[in-house]
Design a protein around this ligand. Sequence first.
Ligand code: PLP
Length: 393
Amino acid sequence: MSEAPNYRPETLAVRAGQERSQFGEHSEALYLTSSFVFKNAAQAARRFSGEEAGNVYARFSNPTVTMFEERLAALEGAEDCVATASGMAAIMATVLAHLRNGDHIVASTGLFGATVQLFSNILARTGITTSFVPQTDPAAWAAAIRPETKLFFLETPSNPLTEIADIRALTAIAHAKGILVAVDNCFCTPVLQQPLELGADLVIHSATKFLDGQGRVLGGAVCGPRKLTEEVFKYLRTAGPTLSAFNAWVLLKGLETLKLRVEAQSGNALRLATWLEAHPKVARVFYPGLPSHPQHDLAKTQQKSGGAIVSFEVRGAREQAWQVVDNCRLLSITANLGDTKTTITHPASTTHSQLTAEEQAGAGVTPDFIRLSIGIEDIEDILWDLSQALEKA
Ligand SMILES: Cc1ncc(COP(=O)(O)O)c(C=O)c1O
């Protein structure tokens, strides 16, 4: 018999990581248990010391969480994955596992609002400082490097402006100085972009978004080589923001349909972005899949498609943007993204409201700006809803 091939992503998404119990269940089991029993005291001692591999306590590991970690690692092409309670917990764990008081981060101005808050307020209190530079200007990243710089942190496409960072170029700059590169791959997922293959050291996920894809649970993950994820694991098992078994089970099921969903969502997004660009009440559309996007050519070299997030500026100010939001009858007014249901958000007054006016301007979050996360509804129905909402604005 011929050897099993290197299974393709579609196969890995439904098969990788599954560990069957003695009951032979077909679907992955949900192990709702906070601790694990040992055969005897000697085994307990071996497990605690790490001499024997195995589960001890769910803050350290749980078989359902392990299945999710292995499946996501397989999809990202990573040696290892460590799951966390949320995307923010994944970012916090990555930084605290690898940096200490006095260290420095270079990150982009266009990061997700809570990430900016985490870096500039919470981590700054621990003596870890951050310089924010434009996402699309590799020279600015190089110029911001200090002797104490330990991490480049990027998110591409950025939230909500969909600016593209050149992963290959930034990785080359960082690696020349021994600096780690972490990429938040939330918007693309491994279906559209594999940052490790492009040279990054670590990939971070808010699994809450496309990996779940149905708006049910919070979760996060850090993927990369074991020598780097090991430090993240050590932080998690002590500090505690681990993924719950229930959430891991939901996310495992989410991964099974990830490709189908993301491809359908991206197809709808391209149709919608093209339509918005021609709409008289729309001043500007931000979508990496459109030739008018400033980094469209770069996006094509590292992403398989433009993704499912489309942002635009309505002609007018906050009032007109709020009118579009309020007049939608099908789209959900909610801050989450990556859902099978299309969502509409006004970032300046919600997800990015904690930023100063200067930070908002740096992130391109103007009062007339709207972010859409496109779902899998029929595109004609999404177009109808936005068409009638724009008419009233
Ligand atoms: C790009 C990006 N990274 C990280 C996060 C944080 O993830 P979580 O809400 O799971 O903590 C979000 C949430 O919206 C996000 O959009």
